[in-house]
Design a protein around this ligand. Sequence first.
Ligand code: DPP
Ligand code: ZN
Length: 855
Amino acid sequence: PTVIRRQDYRPPDWLVPDITLDFDLDAAATQVRAILSVVRNGEHDRPLKLDGDGLLPLEIKVDGERVGPEQWTVDAGTLVIPLSGAAHSVETLVQIAPQTNSKLMGLYASGDLLCTQCEAEGFRRITFFPDRPDVLSRYSVRMAADKARYPVLLANGDPVEQGDLPNGRHWARWNDPFPKPCYLFALVAGDLACNADRFETMSGREVRLGIWVKETDLPRTAHAMQALKNSMAWDERVYGREYDLNVFNIVAVADFNFGAMENKGLNIFNSRYILADPETATDIDYDGVEGVVAHEYFHNWSGNRVTCRDWFQLSLKEGFTVFRDQNFSADMGSHAVKRIEDVRILRAAQFQEDSGPLAHPIRPESYMEISNFYTATIYNKGAEVIRMMALMLGPERFRTGTDLYFDRHDGEAATCEDFVRAMEEGGEIDLGQFRRWYEQAGTPHVRALLTHDPVSRTATLHLEQAVPPTPGQPEKQPMAIPLRMALFDRASGQGRGDELLMLTEAKQRFTFDNLSEAPVLSINRGFSAPVIVETNRSQADLAFLSAHDDDPFARYEAMQQLMVNVLVGRIGGQVVDEEAVIAAIRNTATDPLLDPAFVAEAIRLPSEAYLGDQMAVVDPDAIHAARDALQRRIGSELEPLWRDIHAKTRSNAFALSSAAKGARKLRNTALHYLAASGAGDGPAVAFGQFSEADNMTERQAALATLANGTSAEREAALDIFYNRYRDDALTLDKWFQTQAFAFHPDTVDLVEELGRHKDFALANPNRVRSLYGAFAGNQWAFHHRSGKGYRLVADCIIALDKLNPQTAARLVPPLGRWKRFDEGRAALMKAELQRILAVPGLSKDVTEQVSKSLE
Ligand code: DPP
Ligand code: ZN
């Protein structure tokens, strides 16, 4: 496959200010007529080139006249029409088959619905068009369809006209006045019910809101609607951004490659990020709905009004929009807990990516298949980079910068550089060196050593940074790293202020005076920079911070580091003082001033994958054994505490308040430790919670706890769960996922069986992710030394690639991490990658991921 390079960017040869689309919709055969007004862009004599993927022109007209096949060519899918003159009207007619579109890109069928997904390059599967984000057009869309099957016809923008046709058909026209790139095009046709509401914008305009779902799902849309209204108000208040059309529609579909899509005025969602009720959704699901609804809504400005010039700039919209949705969710709930959750996700997904064969900068230099770059790096590290700028500028100057960015680039296709320049000018700051965050891949390592001199009464912080080599980038330059820090007095437990240090050199030192005693270092508070910090802090210092640090993230981090040290010790066969961990957990769990949701985060052990990241060679069995043993010890030594918390956090009626969510989170953690303790009644207590719960958060946690063991209650609970939810796809996903995630000795075999279950469906991305995606994230089970786990995932990739390459390619990275494992496992993983690569007709998507993983 060809490699596309950022440096090769050239402005488009032809612009398309207007497009009229006419869809004659039918699941088996849809006809698409497109009329493009094309305008030559600059002085050149190059022909008009329109991207197409799997399209055959049935008819072509130029300026209203039919042109014969001698006047155009189709070259590797691209329609090439030589044109003289500066402006023309070009009309094409094609026929497509949504029903057989298993890639879920372009126009496809999801159940009885017809819907679209165009980002990144799906529009070329619908009609011939310059499919690149810097070609912006005004769209007028007419759809005609069978009225009984497709009573609802939606597209971008505002509805303008509709009517009936002979033979039980009807039609509707929608116009979108805002020029947009074709990746934001959308239409939906189907039998949908609407949760209708309204929002008054800050200038007093009324917007009609609609969330469109299957009739039976209507009662599960209230949370999404509230999230939408909260997002609209938040963007006005925090960024001064108002919604701009008269309607805003959201549609939920069951078969979707992504989480959701921000099409102008017509967001299309994976139903898992819309539907929620206490019976089927966990608190994490509720938060996911709120966060993704906000994310897609915020794209209306950061993505749609200001879009990307080319796909190398993807983080311009995604990093910024993730940053915006993270802050929104923090404002809706707890800042402290949200930050901890976001960092946990960053470390689990992005740090692993950044240290492996697929590492890339947030603004990549090249790609084969852009779908492979919707990554944790572009999204989550991208958000961290924006967060650092916001920190360095402070809230007011950051807002000046974003105002400048939106005003200056409204209606344009912009670049990351445009954003940084707006920050520099609006924020009056030099971001010269900071730009390296856009250029260099890899997670910076920072060593922070604190020394104390009682004679001069000074403490000195010695900082060193290094960015590890990544593919194509053997040498790295020092980064500009903003580190929030504080020093604590051991005797009083008091900190002396928060300071922002800028680490810009490979080595740098900072001196602090007036310190007669050696202070305790709190560093990277709030996780101010996405780096790995190594310090020389003792277990005693970490225990001190876990009790006294007034920055919640730093306090959590001290606790985690305390546990990591013990676990890494155990894994290496050394005994590190475990009493400190037990005491810190006890103190944290019994501190009445702490938020229960924070407590639940702080006392949970680091994941097996995170422990693997701390080791030179990952040993999944040793990690599992060590973590399991520590968990058992924490469980049994604090058993009365777990029983007490579990009883006290029981509620009589479901509520979605922060307090109720926090109580559930802590209750589930207590149950988990109680079960880990080995207490004889552990399974019975878990089964009791499973049976009595009036909400999915407690029910699923109890099921997960049981799934880790081998009790009789395990099978009973799994059966009950299956029978209760077999007809609800989203909830049945949890049944698959819980088993694939379980720390059960036979997980590998169970997953193999589940892959043959009658309810497993390769064509549904949610189902695939809930089984194979979850399994590949279960380090102990996936890395079973037999290599069986690798084979299962490779088999899935090979089978899925024929249907849906994009989703198949997302399963490759776990296999690609072979260099991190022992020789035996590495050889088995490599062999599976080679087996995949040898499959004839492999997609570009999987080919890119696998071949890079083998390098
Ligand atoms: N642009 C989408 C999102 O991240 C992904 N297709 O919102
Ligand atoms: Zn996005």
